[in-house]
Write a protein that binds this ligand. Structure first.
Ligand code: FRU
Length: 508
């Protein structure tokens, strides 16, 4: 992360001061004006989503260590339990059997003398290549970044190193490896977010490859035992979008629609996204012996909304499922720390299944809502005339677009707040300029558009208490946005272009 990124962040003491200042302002205001509601009068949970994961309390950012083990999806996450702004990072932990209802478990990893615990990933070391478990009790191995705040403050360049932790009880408890750090810093200020891919070679031997963000590029490292890492190669200098620092990369093997194998590299970047602030781009190409070769130099974005960052996929999904499951952090570093939620900050996106599709000979990545979400569908409501009342704040809207390919609809509440979702002249837009609370950041009230040169047939829109996720053609184009309406959305009006529409309550 560039200096700019870090300047958004606070160390523990700054965070404490910030909270004290906020509390004093709050006290001052409640003494001087009667109209400012106190926290008690406000509904603290007004923006708490019904079916998106949020931490019970405190701060959350990136998903980490995503892994499926024995019927359970584990979701670790960047967490600061003692405050609602970023601070000394821990790995929070939640599990789910269905990707929909999550149980938050005790914190998995705490900061230690080597630093805060930044983002990273986890794998099942089935053959016990690390020697940290046994073949009967294969260890789960997590690789993460140690961020040493002291080194950062002193102006050194090597304050981010890679650490290892392992679990012998399927992720319930974790031990840090005594030989940490397993990968030292070669003198690069931004050197973080290891994501491990297991690659099986033609001779049947498998090797671990680490993809790491190194300022304006990714580095690839290789290991036979997850503990000793050798540099393999790098990718990205001068290729793709470079409006900010590269973060949270992932290398994935995926099938193209014609059945051939492709390699996909996901790279989050902050700032410099298509809607300002944070966003994730991806590259499609080939990966051999540490060299990633993209098919072309086109810039591709995973999601055109402003609020989807640092997403990665679940490891160890059974092959029979034949799918790549992904989740992102539903926020943006531009304003993540000041959004108007009171006891917690940030939620994850809905879980998504990513796959490749072809538009006129060009491969793109689509992200469809995970099929599990269909299990949440409750009662159905149709439009009466061109309007429908929304039964709750948590709904899924399913629509078919007419053949002329343009559409327009609007969500509104009794306070005159509104969100417009439309396609016009090849642009799909989610307009939240008048969508409620926005004064916390000058760029929040904005309309966000995405180019779509091909035909829109179908829409699925997921609404929750403080978000909207618009999936066009099952994720061929996606826009994810936070929304903070002063009162829940009450009405959906269709202005143009939809031949069928159904509203389903979402019941977690
Ligand atoms: C991405 C990120 C990562 C880092 C983590 C720190 O949002 O900046 O690069 O590991 O957040 O919380």
């Amino acid at each position: 992360m560039k200096h700019k990124h870090y300047s958004n962040w606070m160390n523990f003491n700054q965070a404490k001061h910030f909270i004290l200042i906020l509390l004093s302002i709050g006290t001052l205001l409640s003494c001087t004006t009667k109209s400012v509601p106190s926290f008690q009068e406000n509904n603290l949970e007004q923006f708490r989503p019904a079916y998106h994961f949020t931490p019970a309390k405190g701060w959350m950012n990136d998903p980490n260590g995503l892994i499926f083990i024995d019927g359970e999806y584990h979701l670790f996450f960047q967490h600061y339990p003692d405050s609602t702004v970023w601070g000394p990072m821990h790995w929070g932990h939640a599990v789910s059997k269905d990707l929909l209802t999550w149980e938050e478990l005790p914190i998995a990893l705490f900061p230690d003398s080597l630093g805060y615990i930044f983002s990273g990933s986890a794998v099942l070391d089935e053959k016990n290549s690390s020697g940290l478990g046994s073949t009967t009790t294969p260890p789960l191995v997590a690789l993460f970044t140690y961020h040493d705040p002291k080194g950062e403050k002193e102006g050194t360049k090597d304050f981010q190193t890679q650490g290892l932790a392992f679990s012998l009880d399927k992720g319930q408890t974790w031990q840090k490896y005594e030989g940490n750090p397993v990968l030292k810093n070669p003198g690069i200020r931004d050197f973080r977010d290891p994501k491990i891919t297991q690659i099986t070679q033609a001779n049947g031997k498998s090797t671990w490859v680490m993809t790491l963000a190194a300022k304006d590029r990714v580095h690839f490292y290789e290991s036979a035992n997850l503990k000793e890492w050798a540099f393999l190669g790098e990718f990205g200098q001068g290729v793709g979008a470079h409006g900010g620092v590269w973060e949270c990369p992932e290398l994935l093997s995926m099938n193209s629609p014609d059945g051939s194998q492709k390699w996909v590299l996901l790279v989050s970047m902050n700032p410099g996204g298509p809607q300002k602030g944070s966003a994730a781009q991806y590259f499609i190409g080939d990966f051999k012996k540490g060299t990633f070769t993209p098919d072309d130099t086109m810039i591709r974005w995973l999601d055109y909304g402003p609020d989807n960052y640092a997403g990665v996929t679940w490891a160890n999904i059974p092959e029979g499922q034949n799918r790549t499951l992904w989740i992102g952090w539903m926020s943006n570093w531009d304003y993540a720390q000041v959004v108007p939620t009171l006891t917690w900050r940030s939620s994850m996106t809905v879980p998504r299944e990513i796959s490749l599709f072809d538009v006129d000979g060009t491969l793109l990545l689509k992200s469809a809502p995970a099929k599990e979400l269909e299990k949440l569908r409750g009662k159905a409501y149709d439009l009466s005339g061109n309007e429908s009342l929304l039964p709750s704040a948590a709904v899924e809207i399913l629509a078919e677009v007419t053949r002329d390919d343009n559409f327009s609809m609007m969500l509104s509440n009794e306070l005159g707040e509104e969100v417009i979702i439309n396609k016009e002249m090849g642009l799909v837009t989610v307009d939240r300029r008048k969508a409620g609370k926005a004064s916390f950041h000058p760029d929040f009230a904005a309309a966000h558009s995405a180019p779509m040169s091909w035909t829109a047939n179908k829409l699925r829109i997921f609404l929750d208490a403080s978000s909207i996720e618009v999936f066009v053609n099952e994720g061929e184009l996606v826009l994810t946005s936070l929304l903070f309406p002063s009162s829940p959305w009450k009405k959906l009006s269709v202005q143009q272009g939809l031949k069928s529409l159904e509203i389903r309550e979402v019941h977690p």
